[in-house]
Design a binder for this molecule. Structure first.
Ligand code: NAD
Length: 357
């Protein structure tokens, strides 16, 4: 029995996490697995119910789980609250509590979405890459200061902080195409020189993995002109933040991009997008990012690779059959709602034709 804390959050959060549960139910049957799900209020919903975005009850539920599936938090209703009561602060508190130092974002090109993507299709046909972004160090968390018309942010990394992130990248690279790009700015930053040293040291344990060091400015260019060269990317917090958004455009829509945050005993899985208040409650949101995040949970927390692949395959088959939510609709698409999309994907788990048997 695998215990999952489901935190729907705000906006489209409840709809997309419900959609993921439709798929999970089918995975249980198809692979003879057992999941125990508990739902907790979180974000704006937590504030409305308990006056705090990360209520104690939810915290306890998370502690008792083995993984967390999150929808999204935030919305205009809570924008004027003080910082510590805003929905986003719950997300930061959750990441900190779980010690999630590794943010993983797979980016895959879906051929059927070619017209939704700014790149020429021939540049993308092979793109299927993963970015490992360090999540708890660097400029976002270093010492900061402000003195009238002067300000500073400090980038600081320890060998251990770099090593634990980089090691995850190598482990994954050794199971995939055996190529790892480490992105830094070692020509000007001391932290990048340390980063490079760590990468070269860890590389000795993975002789089968080819390592390419690349400066971040060149990496941005290369992601645009030749994204197919990448498979696994490891990089520090701020570079990863920027590059993962750039690479995200390859997915065709924010609604297609899953993410996993790893590091502690309990990992967090959530779509890369926000709570899309403009779509909330209308059964219009694309649930695929959340469903693909669920696939990541099956892969990284449950060690059920076969089930993860089945979910990913089912998503592809539904897209190829011409179904789409509004955000990924093309000329001849059959446009469906959030729930219908989840049902179509569930039907295709280990059943490519989608026929109900
Ligand atoms: P957003 O990602 O919610 O929406 C940006 C655009 O993408 C909108 O047009 C939206 O309709 C569309 N979109 C997003 N997800 C979609 C989906 N699944 N299907 C179809 N279309 C989708 O970003 P925003 O508008 O900048 O922020 C809205 C709220 O979400 C804010 O309160 C923000 O703070 C919050 N937010 C939360 C998270 C999180 O929970 N991790 C991340 C980003 C933003």
């Amino acid at each position: 029995m695998f215990k999952i804390a489901v935190l729907p959050g705000d906006g489209i959060g409840p709809e997309i996490t419900r959609a993921a549960q439709i798929v999970l139910k089918k995975v249980e049957q198809a692979f003879n697995l057992k999941f125990a799900l508990k739902e907790g209020v979180f974000g704006g919903a937590g504030y409305d119910a308990y006056g705090t975005p990360f209520p104690e009850e939810t915290e306890k539920m998370v502690e008792e789980s083995q993984a967390v599936l999150l929808g999204a938090v935030g919305g205009p209703r809570w924008d004027d609250l003080p910082r510590e009561l805003r929905p986003e602060s719950a997300l930061l508190a959750l990441r900190k509590k779980l010690g999630l130092y590794c943010n993983l974002r797979p980016v895959k090109y879906f051929k059927v979405l070619a017209e939704k993507v700014a790149w020429k299709p021939e540049l993308l046909s092979e793109v299927d890459l993963i970015i490992f972004r360090e999540l708890t160090g660097g400029a976002y968390f270093g010492t900061k200061g402000r003195k009238e018309k002067e300000a500073f942010d400090t980038i600081q990394y320890s060998w251990e902080e770099v090593e634990r992130l980089v090691r995850r990248g190598f482990t994954t690279a050794s199971k995939r195409k055996k190529i790892l790009h480490s992105i830094d700015k070692a020509n000007v930053l001391e932290t990048s020189r340390l980063w490079r040293e760590v990468v070269n040291q860890v590389a000795k344990e993975y002789p089968e993995v080819k390592v390419e060091h690349m400066y971040v400015d060149n990496a941005a260019l290369q992601l645009v002109v030749n994204p197919q060269q990448f498979d696994v990317i490891v990089t520090e917090n701020m570079f990863g933040d920027i590059l993962s958004d750039l690479a995200a455009a390859i997915g065709g829509s924010l609604g297609m991009l899953p993410s996993a945050s790893l590091g502690g005993k309990i990992s967090l899985y959530e779509p890369a997008h926000g709570s899309a208040p403009d779509l909330a409650g209308q059964n219009k949101a694309n649930p695929i990012a959340t469903i693909l995040s669920l696939a990541l949970m099956l892969r990284y927390s449950c060690q059920e690779e076969e089930a993860a692949l089945a979910v990913e395959k089912a998503v592809e088959q539904v897209l190829e059959a011409g179904y789409a939510t509004g955000d990924i609709a093309r000329k001849n698409s059959k446009v469906v709602g959030t729930q219908e999309m989840a049902e179509l994907i569930a039907q295709r788990i280990n059943n490519p034709s989608g026929k109900i048997t």
